[in-house]
Design a protein around this ligand. Structure first.
Ligand code: TXA
Ligand code: MG
Length: 321
Protein backbone atom coordinates (compact mmCIF):
# COMPACT_ATOMS: atom_id res chain seq x y z
CA UNK A 1 0.00 0.00 0.00
CA UNK A 2 1.17 3.53 -0.71
CA UNK A 3 1.96 5.48 2.48
CA UNK A 4 -0.84 7.84 3.60
CA UNK A 5 0.65 10.74 5.60
CA UNK A 6 -1.42 13.12 7.73
CA UNK A 7 -1.30 16.83 6.92
CA UNK A 8 1.42 18.13 9.27
CA UNK A 9 4.22 20.67 8.73
CA UNK A 10 6.80 17.89 8.97
CA UNK A 11 5.09 15.80 6.29
CA UNK A 12 4.76 18.83 3.98
CA UNK A 13 8.52 19.38 4.36
CA UNK A 14 9.18 15.69 3.73
CA UNK A 15 7.04 15.77 0.57
CA UNK A 16 8.63 19.02 -0.68
CA UNK A 17 12.09 17.45 -0.22
CA UNK A 18 10.92 14.36 -2.14
CA UNK A 19 9.67 16.56 -5.01
CA UNK A 20 13.06 18.33 -5.07
CA UNK A 21 14.73 14.90 -5.45
CA UNK A 22 12.52 14.18 -8.47
CA UNK A 23 10.06 11.86 -6.69
CA UNK A 24 6.31 11.75 -7.43
CA UNK A 25 4.05 12.70 -4.49
CA UNK A 26 0.23 12.45 -4.31
CA UNK A 27 -1.60 15.30 -2.57
CA UNK A 28 -5.06 16.69 -1.85
CA UNK A 29 -6.57 19.58 -3.76
CA UNK A 30 -10.09 20.98 -3.39
CA UNK A 31 -11.20 19.19 -6.59
CA UNK A 32 -9.58 15.72 -6.63
CA UNK A 33 -6.24 14.26 -5.47
CA UNK A 34 -3.29 14.91 -7.78
CA UNK A 35 -0.12 12.98 -8.61
CA UNK A 36 2.56 15.66 -8.53
CA UNK A 37 6.12 16.17 -9.75
CA UNK A 38 8.51 19.07 -10.37
CA UNK A 39 7.37 20.75 -13.63
CA UNK A 40 10.98 21.51 -14.58
CA UNK A 41 12.29 17.96 -14.00
CA UNK A 42 11.76 15.83 -17.12
CA UNK A 43 12.56 12.52 -15.49
CA UNK A 44 10.14 13.25 -12.63
CA UNK A 45 7.45 14.13 -15.19
CA UNK A 46 8.12 10.85 -17.00
CA UNK A 47 7.44 9.00 -13.73
CA UNK A 48 3.92 10.50 -13.54
CA UNK A 49 3.09 9.20 -17.03
CA UNK A 50 4.46 5.80 -16.15
CA UNK A 51 2.65 5.52 -12.80
CA UNK A 52 -0.67 6.67 -14.22
CA UNK A 53 -0.23 4.70 -17.46
CA UNK A 54 -1.17 7.93 -19.21
CA UNK A 55 -0.47 8.41 -22.92
CA UNK A 56 2.53 10.74 -23.23
CA UNK A 57 0.52 13.09 -25.48
CA UNK A 58 -2.06 13.87 -22.78
CA UNK A 59 -0.76 17.11 -21.19
CA UNK A 60 -0.54 17.89 -17.46
CA UNK A 61 -1.74 20.86 -15.41
CA UNK A 62 1.02 22.90 -13.74
CA UNK A 63 -0.09 23.88 -10.23
CA UNK A 64 1.22 27.22 -9.00
CA UNK A 65 1.12 29.16 -5.75
CA UNK A 66 0.67 32.57 -7.41
CA UNK A 67 0.73 34.66 -10.58
CA UNK A 68 4.52 35.14 -10.74
CA UNK A 69 4.92 31.34 -10.67
CA UNK A 70 2.18 31.01 -13.32
CA UNK A 71 4.28 33.33 -15.50
CA UNK A 72 7.30 31.04 -15.08
CA UNK A 73 5.36 28.33 -16.91
CA UNK A 74 3.13 30.27 -19.32
CA UNK A 75 3.14 33.37 -21.51
CA UNK A 76 0.54 35.50 -23.32
CA UNK A 77 -1.12 36.92 -20.23
CA UNK A 78 -3.88 39.34 -21.26
CA UNK A 79 -6.68 41.35 -19.64
CA UNK A 80 -8.91 38.32 -20.27
CA UNK A 81 -6.70 35.88 -18.36
CA UNK A 82 -6.09 38.41 -15.57
CA UNK A 83 -9.84 38.86 -15.16
CA UNK A 84 -10.34 35.11 -14.77
CA UNK A 85 -7.47 34.78 -12.33
CA UNK A 86 -8.65 37.73 -10.19
CA UNK A 87 -12.13 36.22 -9.94
CA UNK A 88 -11.34 32.51 -9.63
CA UNK A 89 -7.85 31.92 -8.17
CA UNK A 90 -7.03 30.24 -5.99
CA UNK A 91 -9.67 27.75 -7.03
CA UNK A 92 -11.02 25.17 -9.47
CA UNK A 93 -10.23 27.00 -12.73
CA UNK A 94 -7.46 25.90 -15.13
CA UNK A 95 -6.27 28.20 -17.93
CA UNK A 96 -4.61 27.00 -21.12
CA UNK A 97 -1.99 29.49 -22.28
CA UNK A 98 1.10 29.46 -24.50
CA UNK A 99 3.83 27.40 -22.80
CA UNK A 100 6.84 29.30 -21.51
CA UNK A 101 9.73 27.77 -23.54
CA UNK A 102 11.61 27.27 -20.23
CA UNK A 103 9.17 24.45 -19.39
CA UNK A 104 10.14 21.03 -20.76
CA UNK A 105 7.85 20.11 -23.64
CA UNK A 106 7.13 16.73 -22.01
CA UNK A 107 5.46 18.51 -19.06
CA UNK A 108 2.83 19.71 -21.56
CA UNK A 109 2.35 16.45 -23.46
CA UNK A 110 4.54 17.79 -26.27
CA UNK A 111 2.44 20.92 -26.80
CA UNK A 112 3.26 24.57 -27.30
CA UNK A 113 0.50 25.36 -24.79
CA UNK A 114 0.25 24.59 -21.08
CA UNK A 115 -2.53 24.28 -18.51
CA UNK A 116 -2.08 26.29 -15.27
CA UNK A 117 -4.07 26.32 -12.05
CA UNK A 118 -3.62 27.74 -8.55
CA UNK A 119 -5.40 25.34 -6.18
CA UNK A 120 -7.26 26.59 -3.10
CA UNK A 121 -6.79 23.61 -0.76
CA UNK A 122 -4.56 24.59 2.22
CA UNK A 123 -2.58 21.35 1.89
CA UNK A 124 -1.85 21.90 -1.81
CA UNK A 125 -0.89 25.50 -1.09
CA UNK A 126 1.43 24.53 1.79
CA UNK A 127 3.13 22.00 -0.48
CA UNK A 128 3.53 24.52 -3.33
CA UNK A 129 4.91 27.06 -0.87
CA UNK A 130 7.36 24.60 0.70
CA UNK A 131 8.50 23.29 -2.69
CA UNK A 132 8.95 26.78 -4.10
CA UNK A 133 8.03 26.09 -7.74
CA UNK A 134 5.34 24.75 -10.04
CA UNK A 135 4.08 21.17 -9.52
CA UNK A 136 2.63 19.32 -12.52
CA UNK A 137 -0.19 17.04 -11.45
CA UNK A 138 -2.89 15.06 -13.20
CA UNK A 139 -5.73 13.52 -11.19
CA UNK A 140 -4.23 10.62 -9.22
CA UNK A 141 -6.36 7.83 -10.77
CA UNK A 142 -5.03 5.33 -13.29
CA UNK A 143 -5.64 6.66 -16.80
CA UNK A 144 -9.36 6.46 -17.68
CA UNK A 145 -10.45 5.38 -14.18
CA UNK A 146 -12.47 7.14 -11.49
CA UNK A 147 -10.67 10.14 -9.98
CA UNK A 148 -9.73 9.88 -6.28
CA UNK A 149 -11.34 12.19 -3.71
CA UNK A 150 -9.70 10.68 -0.61
CA UNK A 151 -6.13 9.68 0.25
CA UNK A 152 -7.39 6.09 0.69
CA UNK A 153 -8.64 6.05 -2.92
CA UNK A 154 -5.12 6.93 -4.10
CA UNK A 155 -3.49 4.38 -1.80
CA UNK A 156 -5.76 1.64 -3.12
CA UNK A 157 -5.22 2.62 -6.79
CA UNK A 158 -1.45 2.38 -6.22
CA UNK A 159 -1.43 -0.41 -3.66
CA UNK A 160 1.66 -2.06 -5.16
CA UNK A 161 3.63 1.23 -5.02
CA UNK A 162 4.61 1.06 -1.37
CA UNK A 163 7.02 4.00 -1.71
CA UNK A 164 4.37 6.46 -3.01
CA UNK A 165 3.70 9.23 -0.47
CA UNK A 166 0.05 10.36 -0.29
CA UNK A 167 -0.54 13.60 1.65
CA UNK A 168 -3.94 13.28 3.29
CA UNK A 169 -6.00 16.48 3.20
CA UNK A 170 -9.30 14.72 3.93
CA UNK A 171 -12.14 14.24 1.43
CA UNK A 172 -12.00 16.79 -1.42
CA UNK A 173 -14.55 19.56 -0.82
CA UNK A 174 -15.59 19.98 -4.47
CA UNK A 175 -15.13 16.43 -5.75
CA UNK A 176 -14.88 16.98 -9.53
CA UNK A 177 -11.97 18.30 -11.57
CA UNK A 178 -11.38 21.96 -12.38
CA UNK A 179 -13.05 23.80 -15.24
CA UNK A 180 -10.57 24.13 -18.14
CA UNK A 181 -10.68 27.31 -20.27
CA UNK A 182 -8.50 27.56 -23.38
CA UNK A 183 -7.23 31.10 -23.92
CA UNK A 184 -4.96 30.34 -26.85
CA UNK A 185 -7.61 30.91 -29.53
CA UNK A 186 -9.07 34.28 -30.51
CA UNK A 187 -12.13 33.52 -28.35
CA UNK A 188 -12.05 31.68 -24.98
CA UNK A 189 -13.21 28.07 -25.23
CA UNK A 190 -14.27 25.77 -22.39
CA UNK A 191 -12.50 22.41 -22.80
CA UNK A 192 -13.77 20.77 -19.60
CA UNK A 193 -16.82 21.61 -17.48
CA UNK A 194 -16.29 21.95 -13.74
CA UNK A 195 -17.33 23.73 -10.58
CA UNK A 196 -16.63 27.17 -12.10
CA UNK A 197 -19.76 27.28 -14.27
CA UNK A 198 -20.47 28.52 -17.79
CA UNK A 199 -22.79 31.08 -16.20
CA UNK A 200 -19.94 32.45 -14.03
CA UNK A 201 -17.51 32.48 -16.97
CA UNK A 202 -19.97 34.28 -19.27
CA UNK A 203 -20.60 36.89 -16.58
CA UNK A 204 -16.84 37.59 -16.65
CA UNK A 205 -16.04 37.21 -20.36
CA UNK A 206 -19.34 37.43 -22.23
CA UNK A 207 -20.84 34.50 -24.17
CA UNK A 208 -18.42 31.60 -24.09
CA UNK A 209 -18.06 28.65 -26.42
CA UNK A 210 -17.93 25.08 -25.08
CA UNK A 211 -15.92 22.65 -27.18
CA UNK A 212 -15.02 19.45 -25.45
CA UNK A 213 -13.36 17.29 -28.06
CA UNK A 214 -14.46 13.69 -28.03
CA UNK A 215 -11.27 12.41 -29.62
CA UNK A 216 -7.66 12.68 -28.48
CA UNK A 217 -7.34 16.15 -29.98
CA UNK A 218 -7.43 19.57 -28.30
CA UNK A 219 -7.77 18.18 -24.76
CA UNK A 220 -6.88 14.52 -24.88
CA UNK A 221 -8.17 13.89 -21.36
CA UNK A 222 -11.66 14.53 -22.69
CA UNK A 223 -11.79 11.14 -24.37
CA UNK A 224 -15.44 10.09 -24.30
CA UNK A 225 -14.95 7.11 -22.00
CA UNK A 226 -13.35 8.45 -18.85
CA UNK A 227 -13.92 8.52 -15.09
CA UNK A 228 -15.26 5.00 -15.61
CA UNK A 229 -15.85 2.26 -13.02
CA UNK A 230 -14.61 -1.19 -14.06
CA UNK A 231 -18.07 -2.76 -13.72
CA UNK A 232 -20.36 -2.10 -16.78
CA UNK A 233 -22.36 1.05 -16.05
CA UNK A 234 -25.41 2.65 -17.62
CA UNK A 235 -27.14 5.99 -17.22
CA UNK A 236 -30.95 5.95 -17.32
CA UNK A 237 -33.75 8.45 -16.73
CA UNK A 238 -35.99 8.18 -13.65
CA UNK A 239 -38.77 6.92 -15.97
CA UNK A 240 -36.60 4.11 -17.39
CA UNK A 241 -35.16 3.03 -14.06
CA UNK A 242 -37.88 0.62 -12.87
CA UNK A 243 -37.95 -1.37 -16.11
CA UNK A 244 -34.13 -1.51 -16.34
CA UNK A 245 -33.97 -2.85 -12.78
CA UNK A 246 -36.85 -5.29 -13.27
CA UNK A 247 -34.81 -7.35 -15.75
CA UNK A 248 -31.26 -8.59 -15.38
CA UNK A 249 -28.96 -9.16 -12.44
CA UNK A 250 -28.82 -7.27 -9.11
CA UNK A 251 -27.36 -3.78 -9.62
CA UNK A 252 -25.59 -1.13 -7.59
CA UNK A 253 -27.98 1.78 -8.16
CA UNK A 254 -26.79 5.37 -7.83
CA UNK A 255 -30.02 7.31 -7.38
CA UNK A 256 -31.52 10.53 -6.12
CA UNK A 257 -33.52 11.06 -2.91
CA UNK A 258 -36.93 9.43 -3.02
CA UNK A 259 -36.16 6.98 -5.83
CA UNK A 260 -37.05 3.39 -4.94
CA UNK A 261 -34.93 0.61 -6.43
CA UNK A 262 -36.73 -2.53 -5.23
CA UNK A 263 -35.57 -5.74 -3.58
CA UNK A 264 -32.21 -7.29 -4.38
CA UNK A 265 -30.45 -4.15 -5.58
CA UNK A 266 -27.93 -2.04 -3.65
CA UNK A 267 -29.18 1.53 -3.30
CA UNK A 268 -26.63 4.36 -3.16
CA UNK A 269 -28.45 7.65 -2.60
CA UNK A 270 -26.91 10.91 -3.79
CA UNK A 271 -27.43 14.40 -2.30
CA UNK A 272 -30.10 16.46 -4.14
CA UNK A 273 -28.02 19.64 -4.46
CA UNK A 274 -25.39 19.96 -7.19
CA UNK A 275 -22.48 20.78 -4.86
CA UNK A 276 -23.27 17.83 -2.61
CA UNK A 277 -23.74 15.52 -5.60
CA UNK A 278 -20.39 16.55 -7.11
CA UNK A 279 -18.60 16.14 -3.77
CA UNK A 280 -19.85 12.54 -3.44
CA UNK A 281 -19.86 11.47 -7.10
CA UNK A 282 -16.50 9.70 -7.44
CA UNK A 283 -16.59 8.22 -3.94
CA UNK A 284 -20.02 6.75 -4.76
CA UNK A 285 -18.88 5.43 -8.16
CA UNK A 286 -16.01 3.69 -6.39
CA UNK A 287 -18.39 2.18 -3.80
CA UNK A 288 -20.72 1.06 -6.61
CA UNK A 289 -17.73 -0.53 -8.37
CA UNK A 290 -16.77 -2.41 -5.18
CA UNK A 291 -20.34 -3.50 -4.32
CA UNK A 292 -19.92 -6.91 -5.95
CA UNK A 293 -22.69 -6.44 -8.54
CA UNK A 294 -22.32 -7.22 -12.24
CA UNK A 295 -23.72 -3.84 -13.26
CA UNK A 296 -24.05 -0.26 -12.09
CA UNK A 297 -27.22 1.68 -12.95
CA UNK A 298 -27.16 5.45 -12.50
CA UNK A 299 -30.27 7.62 -12.39
CA UNK A 300 -29.81 10.66 -14.66
CA UNK A 301 -30.46 13.87 -12.68
CA UNK A 302 -32.98 16.14 -14.43
CA UNK A 303 -31.27 19.51 -13.83
CA UNK A 304 -28.93 20.94 -16.48
CA UNK A 305 -27.69 24.33 -15.28
CA UNK A 306 -24.65 25.38 -13.24
CA UNK A 307 -22.60 22.58 -11.68
CA UNK A 308 -25.18 20.02 -12.89
CA UNK A 309 -23.85 20.38 -16.44
CA UNK A 310 -20.39 19.26 -15.24
CA UNK A 311 -21.95 16.37 -13.28
CA UNK A 312 -23.96 15.18 -16.30
CA UNK A 313 -20.80 15.39 -18.44
CA UNK A 314 -18.92 13.12 -15.97
CA UNK A 315 -21.85 10.68 -15.75
CA UNK A 316 -22.02 10.39 -19.55
CA UNK A 317 -18.29 9.71 -19.81
CA UNK A 318 -18.34 7.26 -16.91
CA UNK A 319 -21.09 5.25 -18.64
CA UNK A 320 -19.98 5.58 -22.25
CA UNK A 321 -19.07 2.36 -24.06
O1 TXA B 1 -8.96 19.65 -10.74
C1 TXA B 1 -8.03 19.34 -11.49
O2 TXA B 1 -7.81 19.96 -12.54
C2 TXA B 1 -7.14 18.16 -11.07
C3 TXA B 1 -6.37 18.54 -9.81
C4 TXA B 1 -5.36 17.50 -9.40
O3 TXA B 1 -5.79 19.78 -9.97
N1 TXA B 1 -6.25 17.80 -12.15
C5 TXA B 1 -6.69 17.20 -13.27
O4 TXA B 1 -5.69 16.87 -14.16
O5 TXA B 1 -7.86 16.94 -13.47
P1 TXA B 1 -5.91 15.86 -15.38
O6 TXA B 1 -4.56 15.72 -15.98
O7 TXA B 1 -6.58 14.65 -14.90
O8 TXA B 1 -6.82 16.65 -16.36
C6 TXA B 1 -6.30 17.77 -17.07
C7 TXA B 1 -7.12 18.02 -18.30
C8 TXA B 1 -6.98 16.89 -19.29
O9 TXA B 1 -8.23 16.73 -19.94
C9 TXA B 1 -5.93 17.45 -20.25
O10 TXA B 1 -5.99 16.87 -21.52
C10 TXA B 1 -6.28 18.92 -20.27
O11 TXA B 1 -6.65 19.21 -18.93
N2 TXA B 1 -5.12 19.72 -20.64
C11 TXA B 1 -3.98 19.87 -19.92
N3 TXA B 1 -3.09 20.62 -20.60
C12 TXA B 1 -3.68 20.97 -21.78
C13 TXA B 1 -3.26 21.71 -22.92
N4 TXA B 1 -2.06 22.27 -23.01
N5 TXA B 1 -4.14 21.81 -23.94
C14 TXA B 1 -5.36 21.25 -23.89
N6 TXA B 1 -5.81 20.52 -22.83
C15 TXA B 1 -4.98 20.38 -21.80
MG1 MG C 1 -7.93 13.14 -14.87
Amino acid sequence: MAAVLPYTDDNIDLAAAALLRGTVVAFATETVYGLGADTFNESAIAKIYELKQRPSTNPLIAHVIDLPTAKRVSTGWSRRSMKLVSACWPGPLTLILPRNPAVPRTAAGGRETIAVRSPGHPLARSLLYAFGGPISAPSANRSGGVSPTTAQHVASDYREHTDLMVLDGGPCMLGIESTVVDLTESKPVVRRLGVVTIEQLSALLGPIEVDMPSEQTASPGSAVRHYAPSVPSILVSREQLASVLATGSPAAVVCLAGTQVGEGHIRLEMPSDADGYAAHLYETLRRADAAGCERIVIELPSQRTGVWSAIIDRLRRATSA
